[in-house]
Design a protein around this ligand. Structure first.
Ligand SMILES: Nc1ncnc2c1ncn2[C@@H]1O[C@H](COP(=O)(O)OP(=O)(O)OP(=O)(O)O)[C@@H](O)[C@H]1O
Length: 448
């Protein structure tokens, strides 16, 4: 820009002052433009996310929208959101036109007066000076516009940096420390001991678990039951230190608070209610670091019950090479749970937590999985199953009954079912397959 301005001044020194004036005027317009544009751009960014979010949600829930005839409501909401976005986008476009018209007008005026001066007052018709000087001038005003845009982009990007800074400064989980690395043999057993364990979802929130104390010996199969909201999922989250806790939990005699989070979580496998799968092949999902051979992976699939659900002849049979879409979207929730179970078997952790893991699977498949788990898991693997379906856990070594975040019963199903006022007994008596549950617990009708 300076070179172009220098060329104009060199060829026509009298235009030094008007040139500076043009630069000042351009800068002033640019200031107004930048001030207005920043807030419009912010508004545009804020209005864009709801449009995309609503669109994504509508696509994901297309079947439900059609089933409930809610197309019109969704269309109206979508149009409202698009309107809000286009209002900001149109203002943004108009602001661009505003600055372009002003800068071009100022530049055009300067170029026209320069050309008039050179042609009519300097008598330099047909001279190269006219051409060079005018073309330098046109480039000069173009450069003003360019600078305004660069400065504007710079400020907008600075604004994004502020937002990134905001994300960087959110509260972080404790970083790994040298002292938090346990010996390589840890955990040698799957024993879990809790002493006065309390948990909450936020530092200033109410306790959702209250002073739980229990011991689960290595290799035991534990069922956790309780009504909705009794704290079953919260208990599993506190074992993984995903929520703030008080008291102590010892995993193979080591306080989990003294173990780095990455080590702790890689030594506990949890299968949540809706398991996550990654986009790629089934093989990549089971073994992301390519550590196991196909035989091991297929054994895990078989153990989890996948092969008992599909015959060799099935056309859409799931194999190690089957493509899995992001989040496991091309599989049913039941299939996802089976694959997550296989992944858990491959990992071979000493502690396996199934959080309602078989809730989306029919009873037959569930019993196949449960019996496979019994055979496949090594004797020292502790299995904690959070279950609504009592059949899943009725033959467990012990059942923990939670009520409002407290342990109200923790013993073998046989003993608990003999308690006349027992909570587990009440749950079993309410259920439709009461007889089966009693016999699963090893109690004949007459023995009660
Ligand atoms: N993200 C959360 N933030 C705050 N409180 C929560 C949160 N999730 C659960 N809670 C509360 O913690 C308590 C225990 O909930 P939790 O999910 O552990 O129960 P649950 O027994 O697993 O229930 P369900 O059988 O419905 O899964 C409930 O009172 C619930 O309101």
């Amino acid at each position: 820009m300076l070179v172009k301005f220098g060329a104009v001044v060199l060829l026509t020194p009298v235009f030094l002052l008007p040139g500076v004036l043009v630069a000042i005027l351009g800068g002033w317009c640019g200031q107004i433009y930048i001030a207005a544009q920043l807030s419009v751009k912010r508004e545009m960014s804020n209005a864009k996310a709801p449009v995309l979010g609503h669109f994504g949600a509508a696509i994901a829930g297309l079947t439900s929208i059609r089933a409930y005839g809610a197309q019109e409501t969704f269309q109206t909401e979508s149009l409202n959101r698009i309107n809000r976005y286009t209002r900001a986008a149109r203002t943004f476009y108009n602001l661009n036109r505003w600055i372009c018209v002003r800068i071009d007008a100022i530049g055009g005026l300067f170029a026209a007066s320069l050309a008039t001066y050179l042609v009519y007052f300097q008598n330099q018709k047909a001279s190269n000076t006219v051409y060079v000087s005018c073309s330098a001038k046109v480039g000069f005003s173009g450069m003003i516009l360019w600078w305004v845009r660069v400065l504007n982009d710079f400020e907008v990007s600075g604004n994004s940096l502020e937002r990134i800074q905001g994300y960087v400064q959110i509260e972080q989980e404790p970083k790994p420390t040298q002292g938090g690395v346990p010996p390589a043999y840890w955990p040698a057993s799957g024993e879990i001991r809790a002493e006065n364990l309390s948990a909450k979802y936020s530092v200033d929130g109410p306790n959702v678990l209250h002073n739980l104390s229990f011991t689960i010996h290595s290799g035991q199969r534990i069922g956790v039951v309780g009504r909705t909201g009794s704290g079953k999922s919260s208990l599993t989250l506190s074992l993984l230190r995903c929520i703030p806790t008080e008291g102590a939990v010892y995993y193979d005699e080591r306080n989990i608070k003294d173990v780095n989070l990455d080590v702790l979580r890689s030594n506990i496998t949890i299968i949540p209610q809706i398991p996550e799968l990654l986009s790629g092949t089934l093989r990549q999902n089971l073994d992301p670091f390519d550590q196991y051979d196909d035989a091991t992976l297929n054994d895990a699939l078989r153990a989890a019950g996948l092969f008992s659900l599909q015959s060799e002849m099935d056309e859409g049979r799931i194999t190690l090479d089957s493509a899995i879409s992001s989040g496991g979207g091309n599989l049913s929730v039941g299939q996802r749970q089976i694959l997550a179970l296989s992944r858990a078997i491959v990992r071979g952790s000493k502690l396996l937590i199934l959080d309602e893991a078989t809730s989306a699977i029919d009873y037959k498949t569930d019993s196949i999985i449960q019996s496979s788990l019994r055979q496949e898991l090594r004797g020292d693997v502790t299995l904690i199953t959070v279950a609504h379906r009592l059949q899943t856990i009725m033959d467990a070594d012990k059942i923990m009954v939670l009520d409002a975040g407290r342990i109200v019963e923790f013993d073998s199903p046989k003993k608990l079912l003999k308690l006349p006022q027992g909570k587990l007994r009440a749950l079993v008596d309410e259920s439709g397959d009461k007889e089966l549950l009693y016999s699963m617990a090893g109690l004949a009708q007459t023995a009660r």
